[in-house]
Design a protein around this ligand. Structure first.
Ligand SMILES: [Zn+2]
Length: 300
C-alpha cells in the first residue's frame, strides 16, 4: 500500500490514512482478497475529490471525515467517505466491470453497499442499519436505475443509494446471513477480473438463493418508483383485520415483515387487496419493518 501526498500534508496523511488497513481487512472479509495484489493499492492526492482508478485512487477529500467534511452524508460517523467508497470500487467496477454503462448499478450499487458493510464491520449491526436508512434521503426516483443499452447511456444517479438499499432489502428477503455473505463474496470471486451484464448478476443471485427475484429487480431497476405498501387496519371489538396490497408493477409480490408488538412475521402481499386476521393487539403497536426494506408506506 503506497500513499502519494503533497509534502506539506505528510504528517496529516500518516495519521489520517491509519483507517485504510482496517477498511481493507473488512473488505477482504466480505469480498475476498484485494483484486489487484500484484499492482498494489495506492491513494494519490489530487485536486479532484475522488475517482476509483484501478490500484491508484485519486484522493482529494483533504483529510476530512465524511464527504469533504459533511458527516451527515455518512450518518454522523467519522470515517473518510472518499477512501471507503473509492476503495470499494476496486472490487465493484474495477475487478468486475459491466459491458454497458446502462448496467452501472453493478458498480455503484454494490460499491455504495460496500460502505454499508464497512459500517457493519467497524461499528456493528445497529450502526449499519442506521447508515443504510440514512441513504434513503438521497434517493430521487427520477428515472429508472438501468439506462438505455447500446447507446452509452447511464441510468438514474439512484444507482448509488437505491442500488445499495435494494441490496439491503434483498438481504432481508434472503433471511439467511450466511448465504447472503457467501453470495456477495461469490459474485466478487466468480466474476473477478471479468466484464458482465447486470442480468448475469441477477441470474447468479436467483440461482444461488433458489428464489426468483426477477420481479423484484424489475421494480427497483427498471421502474423509477419504489413499491408502496398500502394498508388499512379494521377493528371489530378486540379483533384487528389487516387489509393490504402493493402499489407497484403488476407482477410485484415481495413478502414483507410486520410487527404487532412482539415478534416480526411475514405477510405476502401482491398488487391485489388481501385481508388477514391479526387477532387482538394495540393498534399503535402495528409496524411495517421499513428499516429492513426500501419501500414507501401509505396508510389508508
Ligand atoms: Zn462510486
Amino acid at each position: 500500500m503506497d500513499y502519494y501526498v503533497l509534502h506539506d500534508n505528510l504528517e496529516k496523511a500518516k495519521e489520517h490514512f491509519k483507517q485504510v488497513k482496517p477498511m481493507m481487512e473488512c473488505f477482504e472479509k466480505y469480498f475476498g482478497a484485494y483484486p489487484f495484489w500484484n499492482d498494489g493499492y495506492a491513494l494519490v492526492e489530487t485536486p479532484y475529490l475522488g475517482m476509483e482508478h484501478q490500484s491508484a485512487i485519486a484522493y482529494g477529500n483533504d483529510y476530512l471525515p465524511g464527504y469533504y467534511g459533511n458527516t451527515s452524508f455518512i450518518d454522523g460517523l467519522n470515517f473518510d467517505f472518499i477512501i471507503v467508497h473509492e476503495s470499494g470500487h476496486e472490487w465493484w467496477g474495477n475487478s468486475i466491470t459491466t459491458n454497458d454503462i446502462a448496467d452501472m448499478w453493478v458498480h455503484e450499487g454494490f460499491c455504495t453497499y460496500s460502505e454499508v458493510l464497512y459500517v457493519e464491520c467497524m461499528y456493528g449491526y445497529d450502526a449499519m442499519l442506521s447508515y443504510v436508512n440514512n441513504q434513503k434521503r438521497s434517493v430521487r426516483n427520477d428515472k429508472p436505475v438501468i439506462g438505455s443499452y447500446h447507446v452509452n447511456a447511464e441510468g438514474s444517479s439512484d444507482m448509488y443509494n437505491k442500488g445499495s438499499l435494494m441490496l439491503h432489502t434483498l438481504r432481508s428477503l434472503i433471511e439467511d446471513d450466511k448465504l447472503w455473505f457467501e453470495m456477495i463474496k461469490g459474485i466478487a470471486n466468480d466474476f473477478k477480473h471479468e466484464t458482465v451484464d447486470g442480468q448475469e448478476i441477477i441470474h447468479y443471485i436467483n440461482k444461488k438463493s433458489g428464489k426468483d427475484f426477477t420481479n423484484f429487480f424489475n421494480q427497483y431497476l427498471k421502474n423509477k418508483e419504489i413499491p408502496v405498501f398500502q394498508f388499512h387496519l379494521h377493528q371489530e371489538g378486540r379483533n384487528i383485520t389487516l387489509l393490504y396490497r402493493w402499489e407497484a408493477i403488476s407482477e410485484f409480490d415481495m413478502p414483507i415483515l410486520i410487527n404487532t408488538g412482539s415478534k416480526d412475521f411475514w405477510i405476502y402481499p401482491n398488487t391485489e387487496w388481501k385481508e388477514q386476521d391479526l387477532g387482538g393487539f394495540d393498534k399503535h403497536d402495528f409496524k411495517v419493518r421499513d428499516d429492513l426494506f426500501f419501500i414507501d408506506i401509505k396508510k389508508q
